[in-house]
Design a protein around this ligand. Structure first.
Ligand SMILES: O=C(O)CCC(=O)C(=O)O
Ligand SMILES: [Mn+2]
Length: 200
């Protein structure tokens, strides 16, 4: 297992073996059976190409009123708890006592993408955001802490975990494309990304 450092992001290549990845997919299936994936609208009114759900006290949500954390799924029910095997990844890579209150679930089908953005809806940027990739590879683009400038891209593969923290906590990042058929983990293909966030 190697840790790459790209612009302050710590990329734990291949941290999760196949059986750990399968157990995570099972756990996420449990979450989305109660809190189904939905396609949020951007504040500009266009639907996002990624489908989302969440686990934890908070889920991330977006519509014409803006981006925010909410305590319930659009169906009105509270989000399910963050699965233990997901929290164990946070413990392993951060070593923090504090635990995340949100596990955002992003599902990218072939053709879905996420534009360059900062994660800044959380109350305190001293806490890292931890990202887990499962399924097809995604081309992850890393920019700067301010808008614009040169970027670097890296393919994130199933089992890779990225810690976005410290001076890089507000670094712009996004996903340009998904390499369809690059993993057999998900029977219907696509990519799942989990991001663990301390919200309050
Ligand atoms: O899918 C990814 O790798 C990144 C997701 C992300 O940046 C986010 O949900 O804020
Ligand atoms: Mn992000």
């Amino acid at each position: 297992m190697t840790v790459l450092r790209v612009r302050g992001f710590e990329i734990h290549k291949g941290l999760l073996d196949v059986s750990a990845q399968e157990a995570l997919v099972d756990a996420i299936r449990g979450v989305v059976s109660v809190a189904p994936l939905f396609q949020p609208d951007t504040p500009y009114g266009k639907p996002m190409s990624v489908r989302m759900s969440a686990a934890g006290t908070y889920g991330w949500f977006s519509d014409r009123k803006g981006y925010r954390y909410v305590r319930a799924h659009p169906n009105g029910r509270p989000w399910p708890a963050i699965p233990d095997n997901v929290l164990a990844i946070w413990d392993q890579v951060t070593g923090l006592e504090r635990r995340p209150e949100c596990c955002l679930i992003n599902y990218y089908s072939d053709g879905a993408r996420m534009g360059l953005h900062q994660d800044r809806d959380e109350a305190d940027f001293k806490w890292p955001v931890v990202s887990v990739s499962l399924g097809d590879e995604g081309l992850f683009r890393i920019g700067n802490t301010t808008k614009g400038g040169k970027t670097e891209s890296i393919w994130l593969q199933s089992g890779d975990v990225v810690v976005m923290g410290g001076a890089a906590r507000l670094t712009y990042h996004g996903v340009d494309r998904i390499k369809a058929g690059s993993s057999t983990l998900l029977p219907k293909g696509g990519r799942i990304n989990l991001t663990l966030r301390v919200v309050e």
